[in-house]
Design a protein around this ligand. Structure first.
Ligand SMILES: NC(=O)c1ccc[n+]([C@@H]2O[C@H](COP(=O)([O-])OP(=O)(O)OC[C@H]3O[C@@H](n4cnc5c(N)ncnc54)[C@H](O)[C@@H]3O)[C@@H](O)[C@H]2O)c1
Length: 253
């Protein structure tokens, strides 16, 4: 076995999506045994096929809805039955409603918290006993929306959700420290992915959003996956309770 994640069992959520799929492919190329999941069955299978076609090792559960604790238990069971352990948990999957406060319904607000916060709690809780057994790395997908607001983004619910993910990361790091569990978060800025590609074609959105990026362009999924790979690997062994901003300088000015 060779590679920066050689032999590590890495559970990644939302592997049917842009950053989850990119991470699954990159982690597998670095020698990880990948456990994926998504509630989008076809997209999840496409990633599974791509990883296996590239010679990587991966199993996947789809459809899997992480809002359901029973689905999270089934996903952990798949990881343990397939590979015997969990070394890395990358809580990447999330879904959000975007609306200004007058249009944001109570249901949409609650659904966003369910899809951004509860999914992280549900799966981390299900995986915790396995992580406690021999230590590991948990990576939570936060966002620059946990740190700043964008003029052009009606992100009230999303900011609440990602703010919670950021602060949960700190707390989980505290609880994990006695068991060799490191817990860190990623805060990407605007990344060109399935959910943002259409919006980037709208000048009223893309203009102010890209103006906020020092590097003058949106990020690519691989640029976030590379940071996740670092946090998953032992190269980040002295990092816990930290947040990595992959935002092209967005939050610096
Ligand atoms: N795209 C951006 O600009 C950006 C910026 C900052 C943070 N993020 C965060 O990065 C992560 C990945 O985003 P992306 O842009 O790759 O999105 P994406 O929609 O391409 O991927 C997310 C995947 O997660 C799956 N998913 C969502 N909720 C699920 C659930 N409850 N159970 C199972 N699967 C579920 C979706 O089906 C999808 O395939 C998200 O947490 C998102 O909030 C994105």
């Amino acid at each position: 076995m060779s590679g920066r994640l050689a032999g590590k069992v890495c559970l990644i959520t939302g592997t049917g999506g842009s950053m989850g799929g990119s991470s699954a492919r990159m982690f597998a190329r670095e020698g990880a045994k990948v456990v994926g999941c998504d509630f989008n069955l076809e997209a999840a299978r496409a990633t599974l096929d791509a990883v296996r076609a590239g010679g990587g090792e991966m199993v996947s559960l789809e459809p899997c809805d992480l809002r359901d604790p029973a689905a999270c238990a089934a996903l952990v069971a798949l990881a343990l039955d397939s590979f015997g352990t969990i070394d890395v948990l990358f809580n990447n999957a999330a879904d959000a409603h975007f609306a200004w406060i007058n249009e944001l319904t109570n249901e949409a607000f609650a659904q966003t918290l369910d899809s951004e916060v509860n999914v992280v709690f549900n799966l981390t809780k299900a995986a915790w006993p396995a992580l406690q057994a021999k230590g590991g790395s948990v990576i939570n997908m936060a966002s620059v929306s946990a740190w700043i607001t964008y003029q052009a983004l009606p992100g009230l619910a999303h900011s609440a959700g990602k703010g919670a993910v950021l602060s949960m990361t700190r707390h989980l790091a505290l609880e994990g420290r006695h068991h060799g569990i490191r817990v860190n978060s990623l805060s990407p800025g605007l990344i060109e992915t399935g959910p943002t590609r259409g919006l980037l074609a709208v000048p009223e959105f893309a203009g102010p959003m890209i103006d906020k990026i020092m590097l003058g362009r949106p990020g690519q999924p691989e640029e976030v996956a590379a940071a996740a790979l670092f946090l998953a690997s032992d190269e980040s062994s002295f990092m816990t309770a930290a947040d990595m901003r992959i935002d092209g300088g967005t939050t610096a000015w």
